[in-house]
Design a protein around this ligand. Structure first.
Ligand SMILES: O=C[C@H](O)COP(=O)(O)O
Length: 258
């Protein structure tokens, strides 16, 4: 089974809607057209940019996929400040990040909430990128697998096998996010392999062989090649480096060649 890699740029709370338009246009010009044959590429701008980015993607017929960073699980109601998955789907959003460690740590997102989001994202025809990862303390205590696999199994509660096969799981060690410390490709591979094993144990070998697993945490062009060469790493969730279209484009091209 060969899985198509996916590189996703999570812009976090960066770039206003004018900057977003310029960034997407620059990214488009720095990516060779044929790259999309071998790799899926998504950008995840802040909510206020999504409509502008959608317009650029639609009018210039870009193969770039539009993503979001977060959503609520309910369709509508008294949830001040939240965004409905229905609204995202209406704007042609294809992929939604959920369970990012910044949402878990800074905004109290629990495994149960992540699971509700995964189901809501599927319900509206989009694909979840479900994040998991351990803290430095957990890694040093030898609890990496217990923590990460616990998050994966809880996040997939009552999610069907065919849905899991089509989704993306992002392994992001918290200590590597925005710190410049990338996990070694061997360490990242070991955890991604364990995640695939947990999917096989919960579902079956076929589902595990299809689900795409990204690595995230200080990915740059200089580290992408080794990471992408690992058998269980099918792409990257890129934060800081995705704000620079040239750098992001180089990461995408490494994934295309992997
Ligand atoms: O969602 C992206 C990750 O949190 C990685 O961010 P980073 O590449 O800035 O370390």
């Amino acid at each position: 089974m060969s899985r198509k890699p996916i590189i996703s740029g999570n812009w976090k709370m960066n770039l206003n809607h004018w900057e977003a338009i310029q960034t997407v246009q620059k990214l488009h010009y720095s990516l060779p057209k044929e790259v999309y044959r071998d790799v899926d590429v998504s950008v995840h701008p802040p909510f206020t940019d999504i409509r502008s980015v959608q317009t650029v993607i639609e009018s210039d017929e870009l193969e770039l996929q539009l993503g979001a960073q977060h959503c609520h699980w309910e369709e509508k109601g008294a949830f001040t400040g939240e965004i409905s998955p229905l609204f995202l789907a209406k704007l042609d959003v294809k992929l939604v990040v959920c369970g990012h460690s910044e949402r878990r740590d800074l905004f109290g997102e629990t495994d149960e909430m992540v699971n509700k989001k995964v189901k809501a994202i599927f319900k509206h025809g989009m694909t979840p990128i479900m994040c998991c990862g351990e803290s430095l303390e957990e890694r040093e205590a030898g609890e990496t697998e217990a923590k990460v696999l616990g998050q994966v199994v809880a996040g997939l509660d009552k999610v069907k096998a065919d849905q899991v096969a089509s989704m993306v799981i992002a392994y992001e060690p918290i200590w590597a996010i925005g710190t410049g410390k990338t996990a070694t490709s061997e360490d990242a591979q070991a955890v991604c392999k364990a995640i695939r094993g947990a999917v096989a144990a919960k579902y079956d070998a076929e589902t595990a062989a299809e689900v795409r697993i990204q690595y995230g945490g200080s990915v740059k062009a200089s580290t992408a090649e080794d990471l992408m060469a690992q058998p269980d790493i099918d792409g990257a969730l890129v934060g800081g480096a995705s704000l620079d279209p040239e750098e992001f484009s180089r990461i995408v091209q490494f994934a295309a060649r992997a």
